[in-house]
Design a protein. Sequence first.
Length: 97
Amino acid sequence: MRSRFSTIVRLAAMGLMLAPASVLAQESGGAMVIVADSRRLTGLRAWWAGLYNESHFYFALLTVIAVPLAGAILGSLADLVMRRIGIDLKSRVLREG
């Protein structure tokens, strides 16, 4: 029983690999266009969506710059808050009493 199932699976896999690409994935008409719906957006969100619609390269470049910058700002803010409440992250001394 196991060898028959294995043989069937192998034959099916071989059939899929030998099938032409036109049978497996037929394309419809033209190219697909991906855009952000910016009809109800205002301010920074509308600008961000417009940038995405105009140039994916500039959108990606700005995102790569903005995400680490936001992480550094939020990390510094969290460090400041923890320092103010008495948590010292720079010292590695364990204070067990």
